[in-house]
Ligand binder design. Structure first.
Ligand SMILES: C[S@@+](CC[C@H](N)C(=O)[O-])C[C@H]1O[C@@H](n2cnc3c(N)ncnc32)[C@H](O)[C@@H]1O
Length: 509
């Protein structure tokens, strides 16, 4: 099956297509209902067989247009042209062919693109996008082409969910691919600019912008070159961060590989952000980083940002050993284990990691800020848990961290704090003992942090109901615990700061 050359997807088809998809009820919940979770999972793992069986059942056929659109654009299966005509009455089959969405093979329409609905939820409510991208491995039945344009995957959804739900005058989406990040950013961004080095990706982004009725300034070029001299309030990037050996015969995929050695592409993006953020602006990136002998990857990322004068908040979500990492990305390219090609590539990856003494590879998200009138700050951590859609939590934490930066210890003692509504306390006792052996604060939302505290800190948190000042609570605790008030302040103020910075305590309104 041939994929679409750049510029063939015709944005003028977007409007009738949007109306047809809406009228057919082609939404995530409807697609999930037609396919069922087992067939959906199998499609994600690269096989169309289970989906084809489900879609051939009478109950799926009874779903009409949604089932046909799902078969064609989600499962990558041919459907009779007359049924497609009924599913797309405004665009028509000819219009779909002209737009580059399908090709005709006798009486059958065969898909030339993947086109799927994606639901999202943010503080403004539930929304849905339709995103067109290249057909995946399941539909093409072969390895991906080097200039493959990715659909909406797990990483795309992670970054989309992390986006701060706060107004931004200008937003840059660097390496936009099929455009998922600017579609999400359109909820709060006034002026959107998106770049990509791939003309094919930009063709999809242009089509998806039109399909979802979003205005975006699309620019071709590598990294920050298309925005030379411009600054933004927000920068978003799920860059091509996959670490790939620079050796002859190792395939390079534009959608995941930035062409530099090790994690140098991530360093280039982190450092490059500094020249393109307005004061107070925030960049949100996904990245891989190498843990090298004697150098933790998260510390390396934070150091690049601090050297450029940016706040760094590096959250590691996952760590893989070099073998597992290499296998993951070799399989992602469609190469199966047990073949000589697989072994050749695995050897290339392991030699490459060995050359830089790489012990493991971390994956996570990086929040960078250009601070206004203060020195840059640094937070480096490992995610303990937490669901998707952390954008609102991240935004609240950044605001709390700004409040802390403007509040010295004397001011903190006169401040009133409240415990966040999702915080619970757990106490663990040795059997028969009156006093707890361990106390933990648990955050229900956000990063689902579990914070061990001592009795004094638990007492402070327990008394933070917005009535008493922090100073009054600490003095009362010193009385109760027969401690020196000055020593207890010195011990508890940093604890209170950390709990505010991470959203377990909040300044009272
Ligand atoms: C992992 S994909 C992310 C796509 C999309 N933003 C998302 O979140 O799903 C990385 C994108 O970066 C693009 N890219 C690769 N090298 C680039 C470069 N040097 N400059 C700009 N974009 C690049 C690829 O074409 C691809 O669209």
């Amino acid at each position: 099956m041939t994929a679409i050359p750049a510029g063939v997807l015709d944005p003028s088809a977007a409007r009738p297509l949007r109306e047809d998809l809406a009228a057919a009820g082609f939404r995530s919940t409807a697609v999930a209902g037609v396919l069922g979770s087992a067939a959906e999972g199998s499609l994600r793992r690269g096989s169309t067989l289970a989906a084809a069986r489900v879609l051939a059942r009478p109950e799926a056929r009874a779903a009409g247009a949604v089932a046909d659109l799902t078969a064609l654009f989600v499962a990558g299966l041919a459907v009779p042209a007359d049924r497609l005509a009924a599913a797309l009455p405004r665009l028509g089959v000819e219009g779909a062919v002209r737009a580059g969405l399908v090709a005709l093979d006798g009486d059958a329409a065969v898909p030339r693109v993947e086109l799927a609905p994606h639901q999202f939820v943010d503080p403004d409510g539930v929304g849905e996008w339709w995103v067109a991208s290249d057909l995946g491995e399941a539909a093409t039945g072969g390895p991906l082409r080097a200039d493959h344009v990715l659909g909406v995957g797990g990483a795309s959804r992670t970054l989309a969910g992390l986006q701060l739900p706060r107004r931004a005058e200008s937003v840059l989406d660097l390496g936009t691919g099929s455009g998922i990040q600017f579609l999400r950013a359109a909820r709060y961004g006034r002026r959107l600019v998106a770049t990509d080095v791939s003309e094919r990706a930009l063709a999809y982004a242009r089509f998806n912008a039109a399909l979802n009725d979003v205005d975006v300034d699309l620019r071709a070029g590598s990294l920050f070159e298309p925005v030379t001299g411009e600054r933004f309030d927000r920068i978003l990037s799920n860059p091509p961060f996959v670490i790939t050996p620079r050796r002859p015969g190792v395939p390079e995929y534009e959608y995941r590989d930035g062409g530099l050695e090790g994690d140098a592409l991530v360093e280039t993006v982190v450092r490059g952000v500094a020249g393109h953020l307005l004061p107070g602006g925030v960049a949100q990136l996904l990245a891989n980083w190498e843990d090298r002998a004697g150098a933790d990857g998260r510390d390396r990322v934070a150091a690049w940002a601090l050297e450029e004068g940016l706040d760094a908040w590096v959250v590691e979500r996952e760590v893989q050993d070099p073998v597992l990492y290499a296998e993951t990305w070799i399989r992602d390219g469609g190469i199966r284990p047990g073949t000589p090609e697989y072994d050749r590539l695995l050897a290339a990856w392991l030699d490459d990691f060995a050359a830089r003494e790489v012990r493991s590879v971390g994956f996570g998200y990086v929040t960078l800020r250009r601070p206004e009138r203060r020195r840059p700050s640094r937070r480096v951590e490992r995610e303990q848990g937490g669901a998707g859609g952390l954008g609102g939590h991240l935004a609240a934490c950044l605001e709390a961290q700004d409040w802390l930066a403007a509040t010295d210890d004397d001011a903190l003692l006169t401040a009133r704090l409240v415990v966040a509504g999702d915080v619970t306390e757990e106490r663990h006792h040795w059997p028969g003992e009156e006093h707890p052996a361990a106390i933990e604060l648990r955050q229900g939302g956000g990063f689902a942090r579990v914070v061990p505290v001592d009795a004094a800190a638990a007492g402070l948190v327990g008394a933070c109901d917005g009535e008493l000042t922090v100073g009054a609570i600490v003095d009362a605790l010193a009385d109760l615990l027969e401690s020196d008030p000055a020593e207890l302040r010195a011990e508890l103020l940093p604890v209170a700061r950390e709990l505010v910075a991470t959203g377990l305590l909040m300044p009272a309104a």
